[in-house]
Write a protein that binds this ligand. Structure first.
Ligand code: BGC
Length: 729
């Protein structure tokens, strides 16, 4: 408690007073077991957890909700246990706590790092106000597989964009001062390669090569570690036959060793138990030994450390230095959070009451939501709609849904708290009529259960078709339920679930003047819609302010500026499909069939990475590339707004290292800038490429910058670029 000492000294003073059992207690994390009135008999093991809490044998709790609840548990730890070490309270605050912003994949589509940082700060402010001080975010797993439901939780397929977004989110959550009342500790997850499950099936085997690991999977983790992220979560998957939680190379050699990470590593939910399930340890005792030695500092709900680590230290299977190192890392964060100075600093009922759904938070969520929308198609400028537009039909069950737009991973939020699309549109125009067109989802939408899709009941079609016939323009809101993506929500199809495609085609048959508003948590394959419909707007799941943001874009009060952070395939069979692929030995040849292709589908995506339209048009000209001091390259490009409406454009820079000792991808994003241009305005956008952008990791994990030919490309998306050659000395 001596505040004269610096944090490191306070940590040592504390460590010296701890028994082995108390040290191991700090490495133990339990999920909630407590009603405000006492142990929760439903939660299982509640009595045991309670005993451990008052004995100082719990370091952290997760999933505890509300100040009153958190206060009581903190009081037990602080006032009943021998040393009174405060708990840290963790929670999955993924895209907001009560006020929800867009799902992280959507947010990444804004390419707006300032707004993304602000969104994380809003989430931290509400979380800290309800007693929490640690979020299990950001997920910085890169993924190329839209079948994998957790793509909604990350920043998409690209390591460069993923790193920038990850850093912005960490800064937003953590701020400059972890003890402030609007910041919390962040957690980068899932280390490592969790985003590459085979066939996109959740929790499946991961088996990827060294080059992808170093150049695609690691960079966002490295970036957030360099930005000071305080914790990292390991992963459920195996990598080269070793479970991530048991992986010493990943956790000790790389993360804590080469990268100098000084925070702590928390296991994923019961992932120490899963070391046994994977066939890597005979029993939980062995799993505990392996996990601790491999550098997993805190055990989330496996009961492995609490039951087995003491004996392992006594027998010498786990050196005491391993335990001391873990405890130092954990208690250091508690000091940084200010918990030793005031363990109840996050427990202010008044703040809880006033900060939840604060107007500033709603405004920030709206800002983030509008910036996340991507315009995919807009033939003959059907959009934006005029406020005077007569006879607008709105069709689709998702148009009135106030829960689904909240997306997945929203465990602190309230059902029915989103502004629906219909509500948003009605604020703009009264010339609107609505027909549901039938249920999309039937039965329960509980997040622990599978969503059931309506595959048979077409009884709502007739009303929707009649309305479309009587209308001038039809806004169809179709897509996925909020709980059809997220953890454990892998799909084998990327189409519109249920009867939605059939409804879309039936409406189209009577009125083709359709604006398709997509709501989904992953890239979808929508070739029919792209071929037939005049306008398509990708709105993902935009959170609390969803309907307002969508209406602003549909009526032109906001000019869409989002760009896809993940490739949209034509067909699920193309997955994994991503822009930064390698060349093959058999690129396209005209003469015969013996080249890398499909006999029934093109190789190209429907919409490439980085793609997104605006209500205005941008022209790119005069790409110039010149060498400057220190092996750096100065790239400049003129970007002009050729339309009569101002707009924002994300100018994207890609490189290709033509010949290297490890073959490099056809394109790699190495810079971007979001610029705002008034009608007729032209700006020169300048990028500086340094060795950091020009190099890569070889198969020994060494970063190398190799001389030779590069292609430098700049454009509006990863497909449509201007390019120039450059020779690096
Ligand atoms: C997820 C983690 C999450 C944890 C705690 C796990 O199932 O994989 O991302 O933070 O649960 O809720």
């Amino acid at each position: 408690m001596n505040t004269e000492q610096n944090t490191a000294a306070r940590v040592e003073t504390l460590l010296q007073q701890m028994t082995l059992a108390e040290k191991i207690g700090q490495m133990n994390q339990y999920s909630d077991f407590w009603e405000v009135t006492g142990p929760n008999s439903q939660a299982g093991d509640a009595e045991m957890k309670l005993d451990h809490l008052v004995q100082g044998r719990v370091g952290s709790m997760l999933n505890v909700r509300g100040v009153e609840h958190i206060y009581k548990l903190q009081k037990l730890a602080v006032e009943e246990s021998r040393l009174g070490i405060p708990l840290i309270f963790g929670f999955d605050v993924i895209h907001g706590h009560k006020t929800l912003g867009p799902i992280p994949l959507a947010e990444a589509a804004s390419w707006d790092l300032v707004a993304i940082e602000q969104a994380a700060r809003v989430a931290a402010t509400e979380a800290a106000a309800v007693g929490l001080n640690w979020t299990f975010a950001p997920m910085v797993d890169i993924s190329r597989d839209a079948r994998w439901g957790r793509v909604m939780e990350g920043a998409g397929e690209d390591p460069y964009l993923g790193a920038q977004v990850g850093v912005a989110r960490v800064k937003g959550f953590q701020g400059e001062d972890l003890a402030a009342n609007n910041t919390i500790a962040a957690c980068a997850k899932h280390f490592a390669a969790y985003g590459f499950p085979e066939a996109g099936r959740e929790y499946n085997t991961v088996d990827i090569g060294t080059s992808t690991l170093y150049n695609v999977v690691f960079p966002p983790f490295r970036a957030v570690v360099d930005a000071g992220v305080r914790t990292v979560m390991n992963a459920f998957n195996i990598l080269n036959g070793v479970p991530a939680t048991a992986n010493s190379q990943l956790q000790r050699d790389l993360l804590k060793g080469a990268w100098g990470f000084d925070g702590f590593i928390v296991s994923d939910w019961r992932s120490v138990v899963e070391i046994v399930t994977h066939g890597f340890a005979a029993d939980l005792q062995e799993a505990a030994i392996i996990a601790a030695n491999a550098g997993s500092d805190m055990d989330m709900e496996s009961y492995a450390y609490i039951h087995h680590l003491e004996a392992a230290v006594v027998s010498g299977a786990v050196p005491i230095a391993v335990v001391d190192d873990a405890v130092r890392r954990i208690v250091r964060l508690k000091f940084e959070l200010g918990l030793f100075d005031d363990p109840y600093r996050y427990c202010d009922v008044e703040r809880e009451r006033t900060m939840i759904y604060h107007p500033d938070h709603l405004a920030a969520a709206l800002d983030m939501a509008r910036k996340s929308i991507v315009l995919l198609k807009n033939q003959d400028n059907l959009l934006p709609l005029s406020r005077k537009q007569e006879k607008i039909a709105v069709i689709g069950a998702l148009a009135v849904d106030k829960t689904s737009p909240l997306g997945s991973w929203r465990i602190g939020s309230d059902d029915e708290s989103a502004v629906s699309v219909l509500e948003g549109l009605l604020a703009y125009s009264q010339n609107i009529r609505y027909a549901q067109g039938g249920d999309v989802f039937v039965g329960t939408t509980d997040f622990r259960e599978e969503i059931t899709v309506n595959e048979t009941d077409r009884s709502g079609f007739a009303e929707a078709i009649k309305l479309a016939q009587e209308s001038a323009v039809v806004v169809m809101v179709l897509g996925e339920h909020g709980f059809q993506s997220g953890e454990a929500r892998s799909r084998t199809q990327l189409d519109l679930p249920g009867l939605q495609q059939e409804l879309l085609e039936a409406v189209y048959a009577v009125n083709p003047n359709i604006v398709l508003v997509l709501m989904n948590g992953r890239p979808l394959a929508i070739p029919w819609a792209d071929e037939h419909l005049p306008a398509i707007l990708e709105t993902w799941q935009l959170g609390t302010q969803s309907g307002h943001a969508i209406a602003e874009v549909l009526f032109g009060d906001y000019n869409p500026s989002g760009k896809l952070p993940m490739t949209f395939p034509r067909n699920v069979g193309q997955v994994p499909i991503y822009y930064n692929h390698f060349r093959t030995g058999r690129p396209a040849v005209a003469e015969d069939v013996f080249w890398s292709h499909y006999i029934d589908e093109a190789n190209t995506p429907l919409y490439p990475f980085g793609y997104g339209l605006s209500y205005t048009t941008f022209a790119y000209a005069n790409l110039s590339v010149e060498g400057i001091a220190g092996r750096s390259i100065k790239v400049s490009i003129e970007v002009a707004n050729q339309g009569n409406r101002s707009g924002e454009e994300v100018v994207q820079l890609y490189i290709c290292d033509q010949v290297a000792t490890v073959a490099r991808p056809v394109k790699e994003l190495k810079g971007f800038e979001k610029v705002e241009l008034a009608p007729g305005e032209m700006k020169v956008v300048v990028f500086i490429l340094t060795e950091k952008e020009l190099g890569f990791f070889n198969n020994e994990g060494m970063f190398v910058v190799e001389p030779g030919a590069f292609t430098i490309m700049v454009g509006t998306n990863s497909r449509d670029v201007l390019s120039a050659d450059y020779r690096l000395a």
